[in-house]
Design a protein around this ligand. Structure first.
Ligand code: SF4
Ligand code: SF4
Length: 322
């Protein structure tokens, strides 16, 4: 019997998701002899032609990380869908858009101008921006075309399973690989992670009072946070109530509040969940008081949707230029 074939592919991502696969350490050595890697651009020199030559449905599982922001990524994931039995959206960028989808809060034109003309570290004496096609003598050079909207993987292809996290923990990766290779998978469309909130397992949950009243929102760098108390009880924004459990809360252990990288639990919109949680605990006599408390949130979209703009109710901001 032939070994299960695995493909690992990346799109707009930082490489951390590929790193998390290597981080399963000796478990990778256990798995490696049992499978055949047929595509993993970050680690091995496969070409797109190798993928194209495979019969349809030949790949047992493709783990695809990163959000989709250009034409090449769209082409490769569509090809992987055709060649794969199971597609896993791997990591929060693939599942929810992640940090790359914060680009949806502006427009492509402004991103290009900011990157090629507005950055103090970029020298652009010829005032040029990348073009998708360029003729140099007899050679035609091409670059992928940037999309004006950064999308989640399931906006482009059908996805079978979701593994959130920025990146998913080594434990989550090992568990997902084991479930896939032993065929012990839940229903299609499931998230291969806990469906509780981070607060449920957070070590500081027991210090969270029954009722919290926030009179002033403080940013973590403005205070010396008590390393034992719930952040919200200290008036520091912590996205634990709106974030999926499963990361083993490394940020909280490091005395930093959760910024929400595991995405929302039980579906729904992470920012709306967090805003609704906050709505019940901001303490003001009147609307003006509450406005004054929330004015301390410097970047509301980036705070409540740092990892999930692509999949959120907001989705995409239209600018006057469009
Ligand atoms: S709000 Fe943050 S610190 Fe408080 S219990 Fe939830 S995750 Fe822990
Ligand atoms: S505590 Fe929050 S931000 Fe930190 S790893 Fe967990 S989910 Fe991500």
């Amino acid at each position: 019997m032939s070994k299960p074939k695995i493909a690992i592919s990346w799109n707009s991502s930082c490489g951390g998701c590929d790193e998390s696969i290597v981080d399963i350490e000796e478990k990778l050595l256990d798995i490696a002899p049992l499978v055949e890697f047929v595509f993993w651009p970050c680690a091995m020199d496969f070409k797109y032609e190798d993928l194209e030559k495979l019969p349809d449905n030949e790949i047992t599982v493709s783990l695809i990380n990163g959000a989709i922001s250009n034409s090449e990524q769209e082409r490769v994931v569509t090809l992987l869908r055709k060649k794969s039995q199971i597609i896993v959206a791997f990591g929060s960028c693939a599942c929810l858009g992640g940090i790359p989808s914060l680009a949806n809060l502006t427009c492509l034109g402004k991103i290009i101008i900011g990157s090629y003309f507005g950055s103090s570290t970029v020298e652009n004496q010829a005032d040029e921006v990348p073009v998708s096609e360029h003729q140099e003598g007899e050679y035609k050079l091409t670059l992928p075309v940037l999309r004006d909207t950064v999308s989640t993987l399931d906006m482009i292809i059908d996805v079978d399973y979701y593994l959130p996290g920025c990146p998913p923990t080594a434990q989550m990766v090992a568990g997902a690989l084991e479930a896939i290779l032993t065929g012990k998978l839940p229903a299609k469309g499931s998230v291969l992670a806990s469906d509780k909130s981070l607060c449920a397992s957070c070590s500081r949950n027991e210090t969270k009072p029954e009722s919290i009243e926030i009179k002033e929102i403080k940013r973590i760098h403005e205070v010396i946070a008590d390393p034992t108390l719930c952040f919200l009880a200290q008036g520091i924004l912590c996205l634990g109530p709106a974030t999926r459990d499963g990361c083993d809360y490394p940020c909280i252990k490091g005395n930093m509040p959760c910024t929400g990288c595991m995405g929302p639990f039980m579906g729904g919109d992470q920012g709306a969940k967090m805003i609704s949680s906050l709505g019940g605990i901001l303490s003001g006599e009147n609307e003006k008081d509450v406005d004054s408390i929330i004015s301390a949130i410097v970047d509301p979209a980036g705070t409540f949707y740092r990892y999930s703009i692509g999949a959120s109710l907001l989705g995409r901001k239209r600018t006057k230029d469009e």
